[in-house]
Design a protein around this ligand. Structure first.
Ligand code: ADP
Length: 190
């Protein structure tokens, strides 16, 4: 069982790479951003709540996000493993994930971080905003706020997983294929 936290700031390429990796390794890909966006499309109560935070580039509250993540994992009792994309994003999410997975006897194998300089991230996000329809991609102030959320609440998780000897940093600059190759080498070494 491989449980991988795919980590990195907004625009690092987590979703793109997770799509390849889930097929290669037969893993279930859970993107919290995608689950929230599907709920917004479906006009659910969860979607309405999440939208008020997401549109501003703020994080959705931990309790809501953690409960949702657990539900998603529990939908796949026979999974060979998971790629967590966009989760955990705070220390309490990381602790909740560890407690949840350890209780199942299927701990996190590694946190793999895609490392990309901020200026390139802003360009990628503004570009994506041209076609994604995502309000949080279309305005540089919102993008800056997402980086601020990342710097103040999320980046600390590098230390959290390093302390468990589970942190792997990957250069996230290059072609999509090159980056997939780097990720494969990291995952195959687990
Ligand atoms: P990106 O990584 O490109 O910013 P995501 O699709 O992963 O995009 O997330 C979009 C938004 O969804 C975030 O800005 C945040 O509002 C919300 N979100 C996603 N995952 C989480 C999480 N783990 N905790 C809190 N909010 C989250």
């Amino acid at each position: 069982m491989k449980n991988i936290v795919l980590f990195g700031p907004p625009g690092a390429g987590k979703g793109t790479q997770a799509d390849f990796l889930k097929t290669l390794y037969h893993l279930i890909h859970i993107s919290t951003g995608d689950v929230f966006r599907n709920n917004i499309k479906g006009n659910t109560a969860l979607g309405l709540l999440a939208k008020s935070y997401m549109d501003k580039g703020d994080l959705v509250p931990d309790k809501v996000t953690i409960d949702m993540l657990k539900d998603e994992v529990d939908k796949h009792p026979h999974a060979k493993g998971f790629i967590f994309d966009g989760f955990p994003r705070t220390s309490s999410q990381a602790t909740a994930l560890d407690n949840f997975l350890n209780a199942k006897g299927t701990p996190i194998s590694a946190m793999i971080a895609l490392e990309v300089p901020e200026q390139l991230l802003v360009e990628r996000l503004l570009n994506r905003g041209l076609t994604s329809g995502r309000p949080d991609d279309q305005d540089e102030a919102k993008i800056r706020n997402r980086f601020n959320e990342y710097e103040t609440k999320t980046a600390i998780l590098v230390d959290y997983y390093s302390a468990q000897h589970k942190f792997i940093g990957i250069n996230g600059v290059g072609s999509i294929e090159e980056i997939t190759d780097r990720l494969r080498k990291a995952i195959d070494s687990l």
